[in-house]
Design a binder for this molecule. Structure first.
Ligand SMILES: Nc1ncnc2c1ncn2[C@@H]1O[C@H](COP(=O)(O)OP(=O)(O)OP(=O)(O)O)[C@@H](O)[C@H]1O
Length: 309
């Protein structure tokens, strides 16, 4: 990683790549009550492509942490490594650990990671387009006991009243912003302790993006931790307590979000280039992992079919 992105250019409070390790020791022995996410020395590969290297990151319980970085920096890969969905994209953790609530979750199947309370909202608002809004929400509550699912549904509809109004509409007919609300709502149906959000404002008009940001704040205020990946650096730094900047698969900078927002380095490289992709139409940001999304969707459909059979 380039030395130019180190602490010298960014103020004393910001950790450079060498000092980004979280405080706790072995995740196997970490305090389960801490409830936080701890990533240590993470390396991820897609076949010969190394997408992440030596990544340390922590999201304490109840916190919002943001991950910034240019296209291809490895942000989505990081979320996949946490949610156990790498294998749907032909990727694998080749080194390091991911722990949540003091227990290792690397190597744990995606459905089991959800049961541990970690749920990802994938990039590109992957709602089930042909299913209704209500069916999409129900799909998010697979395996959740009835009473808890009903409470989760109530919470979701309170956060997003428009989803109640559109309950019987096909998800594919919703606007981009409404689809994003549905994608977040579906994730919340599982009652997560940690929500992984991948570019939730991508392609949305500024007003809708601000609404989504408000909702993220609300969700966090209700007790859910958030790991937020965003190219809209200004928004992410305003929401998060702590932030990480990924560059070509490595943590180049990390520290309190306010310090990063004030750093010349971050201002020059990431602020003011906040939303370069707002012109992209909703749902077309497929990138190299597109096939994987389809595999993941097939996997979810199979689970759904088993459940409804
Ligand atoms: N399924 C895949 N197969 C092979 N390479 C992949 C796959 N998914 C991602 N990559 C590669 O891994 C690296 C990190 O990609 P990733 O999508 O995690 O970056 P990102 O920061 O989320 O970028 P973006 O903002 O464009 O989504 C890139 O070099 C990308 O080309």
């Amino acid at each position: 990683m380039s030395g130019e992105a180190g602490p010298g250019t960014s103020g004393p409070e910001i950790d450079g790549p060498e000092t980004a390790a979280p405080r706790t020791g072995n995740p196997r022995t970490a305090d389960p009550k801490s409830g936080g996410l701890e990533i240590r020395g993470l390396e991820v590969r897609y076949g010969p492509v190394r997408a992440l290297r030596g990544v340390h990151l922590a999201v304490p319980r109840g916190a919002v942490a943001a991950v910034l970085g240019a296209n291809g920096a490895g942000k989505t890969t990081l979320l996949r490594a946490v949610s156990g969905t790498l294998r749907f994209h032909r990727g694998a953790i080749t080194s390091g650990t991911v722990a949540f609530g003091g227990l290792r979750i690397d190597g744990v199947a995606a459905a089991a990671v959800v049961r541990r309370g970690v749920v990802q909202v994938p990039e590109g608002r992957r709602v089930f387009a042909r299913m209704t809004v209500a069916e999409n929400l129900r799909a998010g509550a697979l395996g959740v006991p009835g009473r808890r699912a009903a409470a989760a549904r109530e919470r979701v509809l309170e956060l997003f009243p428009v989803l109640a109004e559109r309950a019987h509409q096909r998800a594919g007919l919703l606007s981009g912003g409404e689809q994003q609300m549905l994608a977040i709502g579906r994730a919340l149906m599982a009652g997560p302790s940690l929500l992984l959000l991948d570019e939730p404002t991508l392609g949305l008009a500024p007003l809708m993006a601000a609404r989504i940001a408000d909702t993220v704040r609300q969700i966090n205020a209700q007790g859910t931790s958030v790991l937020l990946v965003e190219q809209n650096a200004a928004m992410a730094l305003a929401l998060a307590e702590r932030a990480y900047v990924l560059e070509v698969g490595e943590v180049a900078l990390s520290g309190p979000a306010a310090d990063l927002a004030a750093s010349d380095e971050v201002r020059r490289r990431y602020l003011g280039v906040g939303m370069p992709e707002t012109d992209r139409p909703v749902g077309t940001d497929l990138g190299p992992g597109h096939e994987g999304h389809e595999r993941l969707e097939r996997h979810e459909r199979t689970r759904l079919a088993r459940w409804t059979a």
